[in-house]
Write a protein that binds this ligand. Structure first.
Ligand SMILES: NC(=O)c1ccc[n+]([C@@H]2O[C@H](COP(=O)([O-])OP(=O)(O)OC[C@H]3O[C@@H](n4cnc5c(N)ncnc54)[C@H](OP(=O)(O)O)[C@@H]3O)[C@@H](O)[C@H]2O)c1
Length: 250
């Protein structure tokens, strides 16, 4: 028996990296999927990677009207939701002097505000016997990370959100938990806009600093997300699983 047999699962930011690896693992475990992202080309690739069987939605995770529309599409296709993996996230690292209000608002909007309202707007889709909500945070929510102050603050807010909403929703049989990745090899690092040589040097420095001497893989995070999505974690409430090769222990 598959771990998510016939469960309806929505993965935001499911078109790339951790979200796509999770969507593929969930699908292999019997889930019926909806995935989101913004970039049409990446969404097309995700559609292919998921064998054309998933509901692929172009949606901005930071906009409330887009979240409403996303939920309407999930309802129209599947009629309900069993698992919600809120994974879409954006990082725009910069020193404080160079951080614009627009960059601040985007990171807070997608990484914190959008998560809160995605949970709020998903609730009517959860059946009476509950379900599982998983949020992707980051180890920057407990470490000081120069140039990632806004991103880290949004992810720290998420950590708090997960605990409080876990207590609000556990009575309805909905478990809320988080995965907290350390450095994971995904396209995210390449989107930071660093020149290729600097990006390679930064990646090497991060790998050298890690107790595990490497980046994690998206699949390693996906396995933790699957654990939180399915009944194997039936007594886990408001927890955050850190997947970082030991980085945050330093
Ligand atoms: N990689 C790491 O080292 C690391 C470490 C800690 C935490 N994380 C977290 O892990 C999550 C997944 O990141 P990843 O590493 O897998 O990066 P990724 O490969 O860049 O994937 C990010 C996903 O989020 C989507 N996304 C970004 N902004 C969005 C928006 N406004 N609306 C809708 N979708 C949006 C992207 O879609 P589009 O491309 O179409 O925008 C993509 O599907 C994020 O929450 C990130 O903060 C990553």
């Amino acid at each position: 028996m598959h771990k998510l047999q016939d469960k309806v699962v929505l993965v935001t930011g499911g078109s790339s990296g951790i979200g796509l690896a999770s969507a593929q693992l969930f699908q292999a475990q019997g889930a019926q999927l909806a995935v989101t992202g913004r970039d049409p080309q990446t969404l097309e690739q995700a559609n292919d990677a998921l064998g054309g069987k998933a509901l692929v939605i172009r949606s901005d995770a930071g906009r409330l009207d887009a979240i409403d529309d996303m939920m309407a599409q999930v309802r129209a296709r599947y009629g309900r939701l069993d698992v919600l993996f809120i994974n879409a996230g954006v990082a725009r690292p910069a020193p404080i002097e160079l951080t614009s209000e627009e960059a601040f608002d985007e990171q807070m909007g997608v990484n914190l505000k959008g998560v809160f309202f995605t949970i709020q707007k998903a609730l009517p889709l959860f059946a009476d016997n509950g379900g599982s909500i998983i949020v992707t945070t980051s180890i920057t929510n407990q470490l000081g990370s120069p140039n990632f102050s806004v991103y880290g603050a949004a992810k720290a807010g998420l950590r708090s959100l997960v605990k409080s909403l876990a207590l609000e929703l556990v009575g309805r049989g909905i478990r809320v938990n988080a995965v907290s990745p350390g450095p994971i090899a995904t396209p995210m690092f390449d989107r930071l806009g660093l020149p290729p040589e600097l990006a390679a040097a930064k990646k090497q420095a991060i790998a050298d600093k890690s107790p595990s001497r490497r980046f994690g893989t998206a699949h390693e995070v996906a396995k933790a997300a699957l654990f939180l999505a399915c009944d194997d974690s039936s007594y886990l409430v408001g927890e955050e699983i850190v997947i970082d090769g030991g980085m945050s222990l330093l």
